[in-house]
Design a protein around this ligand. Structure first.
Ligand code: AMP
Length: 145
């Protein structure tokens, strides 16, 4: 399947759709998942147009993984979850629903069941507040790797 430049994440990258951004850098963008599986669920995407991990350049993949870990650290500091799931799906049969490669950073809390997709859209005010907490942790982080 050819990359569709009208997928929702491509629109967010072009500024044509809104997102609660936590990180805006040369190669990657990080923002709150609209339908979070848990409090603090964040997505990290490359600017390079690629549908899946198999289409992305090795150079960008390396930056994306490092950036994902950096955002995950910030989410960990902001939400203090018991565990952290870092997830990346390739292809509809693997559960991928947006065809621009992305990593999920999903904090896990005791007593919450494991699901792959949530069904409800979070309140904008809550996503705004969560994004601010993660940005504050990224700003105060001691490392850039
Ligand atoms: P995947 O199933 O791995 O392709 O994940 C796609 C994710 O994108 C899901 O967790 C959705 O909740 C999320 N999502 C879809 N549309 C938006 C949007 N406009 N802004 C933020 N997250 C979105």
């Amino acid at each position: 399947m050819a990359y569709d430049p009208n997928n929702i994440f491509a629109k967010i990258l072009r500024g044509e759709a809104d997102a609660h951004v936590v990180l805006d850098e040369e190669h990657c963008l990080g923002f709150m998942d609209l339908m979070p599986q848990s409090s603090g669920h964040t997505l990290i995407i490359p600017r390079e147009p690629a549908e899946s991990i198999f289409d992305l350049s090795a150079e960008t993949l390396a930056v994306l993984v490092a950036t994902t870990r950096r955002v995950a650290r910030a989410v960990k500091a902001a939400f203090e979850p018991a565990g952290m799931m870092i997830l990346q799906l390739n292809g509809a049969d693997a559960g991928q629903t947006v065809f621009h490669i992305h990593f999920h950073v999903i904090p896990r809390y005791p007593g919450e069941g494991l699901t792959l997709h949530a069904r409800s859209v979070a309140a904008p005010a809550q996503l705004r507040e969560h994004a601010a907490r993660i940005r504050a942790e990224l700003d105060s982080a001691q490392t850039t790797d």
